[in-house]
Design a protein around this ligand. Structure first.
Ligand code: PLP
Length: 460
């Protein structure tokens, strides 16, 4: 499969370049030149596969010659053997809906599912090519711990994680900062997540710097993550075994996870609607319901992994809406950069609404949902998942709603305690992180300082 940047169709890239670079040099995001649908028969034949076999089938067409089918099988099997469920995820009933539990990996959020695979892809690539790499990533809380777990202790790579100081939950921080491996560096930025993300983008854009440290990124714009995430849409669709139309409600921040659902739809999975569920940082809800893509100030909420205004993956949708026209996409992206907003024309909103619906919930609504879900179903729902669950009552859909359960409730004990006066427990094997010594560096949001820090600790 050939890839291009959303901002320039004249250059082709292969999967290796797409995976290792993360972001195109022109600032655009990588996307396949074209996507071939699986046929109905192919989809039918996938419907009884276990998670690992299904993952292999879906990912294989995307990786080209990056690795052989046998090597992919090994990577997939290794990645998904660390999950607490044999089939990685679980689909449970809640009233007339279902929750797709994606948090049975080592760091208790859906991000483990793509990240474990990326860790093994890196290991394979670096070994084979005798290279070293420095991974730099911004996190709103869950990406960081998932990336660290996937990369810690692996040879030929260091990882630097920037998180917003005091703006993630204590458990989220401890999952990152108690790692003892020498190739892990945590940086607490005095700023918010968008600051962290902008700093990482600026480091990538500085070619002298990024080339000098062989910098690579695993943020949610990385195409390999999107592909890995599309697998569980297929898997849960098959598991639901219904003739009704199926909608997915997706707690959304950077638009990565839901874009993976959109990719599944493009690959031929007959998804009805994708519901973009946001917290009060609701730029995407405003964009999809009213055409106003305009960043406001980031508000701190009880669903910190979604405290994001600039949804990086949205550019991929803008490219689609622009009829795959890179020049038009580039113009829209510069308009957004200059004016901080994009008023989406009506014909494009109509196109969006063919596949997407949206809703936004505030903290009080989220606490209420956690409470009522617990009272009615005895399920402790994390605040992000609760937003996905609450969103289905705010939109009109036909058929079965599957809510993506993006995190384990024990990552957000304060919110759970506020809602139902219960302290959710960490799984036994993770309890030790509560006692262990933490290591992280607090740095102001000064690009030069951060570059200096990373440079001195980087592998060369
Ligand atoms: C990252 C994250 C999200 C948002 O996912 P995006 O791909 O950024 O839209 C939602 N919930 C949890 C728990 C997360 O960690």
């Amino acid at each position: 499969m050939k890839y291009i940047s959303t901002r320039d169709s004249s250059k082709d890239f292969n999967f290796e370049q797409v995976f290792i670079k993360g972001l195109a040099d022109d600032g655009g995001l990588f996307i396949p030149h074209s996507i071939e649908k699986f046929s109905e028969d192919e989809i039918k034949s996938m419907s009884s596969l276990g998670y690992k076999d299904l993952a292999k089938k879906i990912i294989l067409p995307f990786i080209g010659t990056f690795m052989s089918e046998k090597e992919l099988t090994e990577s997939v099997n290794k990645s998904y053997s660390v999950f607490r469920k044999d089939n990685v995820v679980d689909l449970i009933n809640i009233g007339n809906s279902k929750i797709l539990e994606l948090f049975h990996g080592p760091t208790l959020a859906f991000k483990d599912i793509a990240m474990q695979l990326l860790g093994n892809f890196y290991e394979y690539y670096l070994n084979k090519n005798n290279k070293t790499i420095n991974i730099v990533v911004a996190t709103s809380g869950d990406t960081g711990s998932a990336a660290i777990d996937a990369i810690k202790g692996k040879k030929n790579m260091n990882i630097f994680v920037l998180h917003p100081h005091n703006k993630i939950s204590t458990i989220q921080r401890k999952l990152m900062s108690t790692t003892k491996d020498k190739n892990v560096f945590n940086i607490a930025i005095e700023g918010n997540f968008d600051d962290c993300q902008n700093l990482v983008k600026a480091m990538f854009a500085d070619k002298n710097f990024s080339n000098s440290i062989n910098m690579s990124g695993v943020n949610s714009i990385n195409w390999a993550r999107i592909v890995a995430q599309s697998v569980y849409y297929f898997y849960s669709y098959f598991l639901a075994k219904t003739n009704q139309p199926i909608n997915f409600s997706v707690p959304t921040g950077n638009f990565g996870d839901i874009y993976a659902g959109y990719l599944a739809k493009k690959l031929g999975l007959p998804i009805n609607k994708l519901i973009v569920a946001t917290n009060e940082n609701n730029i995407l809800h405003r964009a999809i319901s009213a055409g106003e893509y305009k960043a406001e100030k980031v508000i701190q909420t009880i669903s910190p992994s979604m405290d994001i205004q600039i949804a990086s993956n949205f550019e991929r949708l803008i490219y689609d809406l622009s009829d795959f026209d890179c020049k038009a996409t580039k113009e829209i992206m510069s308009e957004i950069k200059e004016t901080k907003k994009y008023i989406i024309p009506n014909d494009k909103i109509e196109k969006i609404q063919k596949s997407f619906l949206s809703a936004s919930l505030n903290d009080a609504e989220v606490l209420n949902i956690i409470k009522s879900v617990y009272e009615e179903h005895k399920i402790i729902m994390d605040p992000h998942t609760a937003i996905g669950f609450g969103a289905i009552n705010k939109v009109k859909t036909d058929g079965l709603n599957i809510v993506l359960g993006t995190a384990h409730s024990c990552k957000f004990p304060d919110a759970i305690n506020d809602a139902i006066k219960i302290k959710p427990q960490l799984p036994e094997e993770l309890k030790s992180i509560l006692e262990e010594k933490e290591e992280y560096e607090v740095i102001s949001k000064d690009l030069e300082n951060i570059k200096k820090f990373i440079k001195t600790k980087s592998l060369t």
